[in-house]
Design a protein around this ligand. Structure first.
Ligand SMILES: NC(=O)c1ccc[n+]([C@@H]2O[C@H](COP(=O)([O-])OP(=O)(O)OC[C@H]3O[C@@H](n4cnc5c(N)ncnc54)[C@H](O)[C@@H]3O)[C@@H](O)[C@H]2O)c1
Length: 385
């Protein structure tokens, strides 16, 4: 079979990443020796970027039957899909998004890893017959944890990585903050220095997005309804206006909430002319793109991932990446923070492979976070200071 050049490109990119931060190769060597997943079926839903490709390729060295589905068509790198398939891994990407989760479940997984609880909710809602055989699941996002907590009860054991010590502190904050501004700059050519930026939501993601914007010389304001977080933003020396006031003033607004419909068409009508809307949250619905399209008299595709809308009787606004999480769509920024929580995800699956968790949510064990941090220090060449 002729090799797919996209797979070769993805593999080359992974080699470059591993050359400077070999956390995945350290783990791959460990799993190849211990084969912790032998005899197990593992279903993973993920943004299929080169980084998840790097993780899943190393995990598969530990044995087992790996079934992967893309969690978002817009963040799927088809080079990674081709590379994983070349490595004998089943990947579902096309067609109806929910069908991919159903197809993954048809493999009767022992373990599940999710970003957004999509496989787990499909299991709970549509395949209760399979629940008993699932040893446990891992969820890495706030969105997924919220979805699971909204259920009356969670019938399988789920390890929450999102609220551990490591991921919010490193990936949500530093990874997204750094990568997002790289992506904005490379897509639009804008220099951030001197621009007015509104950060909507001041969780770990918003905190990083605000800090890296400020470090790049922007003038930053924060919109946050939670009083404690708003107070933190105040003491971090950001103005904390309400959302309509912020959007009237800023040139770039970044949603970091994980909530649907935060910026609706009515807000956009009152916004500053030329406002650039960017999303850093997990989904693609924090900005009401459908409503903006419907209210527009003109739509101009300025460049890849850059669309300008002219609202009838209103301002023009620019939306990047159709409201999808920009740093992920463009695979921007240093891979290290993401690889760090992927290492934790892999270590958690290794830990789960020997267990059957009781139903409900549990925090990621501290010893696994310590181990992931130790391996990261080794990969950075800092194991001994
Ligand atoms: N882009 C990425 O690579 C990436 C990485 C990690 C997490 N995420 C996603 O980013 C989102 C935020 O993550 P987090 O860890 O900061 O979550 P978080 O829940 O800790 O913080 C979100 C904040 O948004 C605030 N908020 C909610 N509704 C709001 C509204 N209408 N207006 C203003 N603020 C509002 C909340 O009060 C909260 O403080 C989640 O969807 C998460 O899954 C994205």
């Amino acid at each position: 079979m002729a090799s797919d050049p996209r797979a070769t490109r993805a593999a080359a990119e992974i080699s470059r990443i591993n050359a400077f931060f070999p956390i995945m190769t350290i783990l791959g060597n460990r799993w190849a020796a211990s084969r912790p997943f032998q005899g197990k079926t593992i279903a993973i839903s993920a943004h299929l970027t080169t980084l998840t490709g790097a993780l899943i390729r190393e995990l598969s060295l530990g044995g087992g039957n790996w079934v992967v589905c893309s969690s978002n068509h817009a963040t799927t790198d088809h080079g990674v899909v081709a590379m994983l398939r070349n490595n004998g891994i089943t990947v579902y990407t096309l067609g109806n998004q929910n069908d991919a989760y159903r197809q993954a479940l048809d493999h009767k997984p022992d373990l599940i890893a999710d970003v957004g609880a999509d496989i787990m909710s499909t299991l709970i809602n549509e395949r209760p017959d399979l629940i008993e055989s699932v040893q446990g699941g891992v969820e890495v996002t706030r969105t997924g944890i919220s979805k699971l907590r909204a259920l009356n009860s969670i019938p399988i054991g789920v390890v929450n990585i999102n609220d551990g010590k490591l991921k919010p502190a490193i990936e949500n904050r530093h990874g997204v903050g750094e990568g997002l501004w790289h992506a904005v700059q490379s897509l639009t050519g804008m220099h951030i220095s001197g621009r007015r930026v509104g950060v909507i939501g001041y969780g770990p993601v918003g905190r990083g997005v605000a800090a890296y914007a400020r470090a790049n010389g922007a003038s930053v304001e924060v919109v946050e309804p939670n009083p404690i977080r708003r107070l933190k933003a105040h003491y971090d020396a950001y103005p904390t206006p309400n959302l309509p006031d912020c959007l009237e003033r800023v040139g770039i607004a970044v949603t970091c909430t994980g909530k649907q419909g935060v910026i609706d068409t009515d807000l956009v009508r009152q916004a500053r002319n030329g406002l650039v809307l960017v999303n850093a949250g997990h989904g693609n619905d924090e900005v009401d793109i459908t409503g903006i399209k419907a209210a527009s008299s003109g739509i101009d595709q300025v460049a890849d991932h850059v669309v300008r809308y002219t609202l009838e009787d209103g301002p023009t606004v620019v939306v990047l990446a159709d409201g999808n999480p920009l740093n992920i769509v463009t695979n921007a920024g240093s891979p290290e923070p993401v690889l760090l929580h992927f290492a934790l995800l892999g270590l958690t699956l290794e830990w789960l492979a020997e267990k059957k968790l009781k139903p409900g949510e549990i925090s990621v064990p501290v010893e696994l976070e310590d181990e992931a941090a130790g391996i990261a220090l080794t990969a950075l060449g800092m194991a001994h200071g």
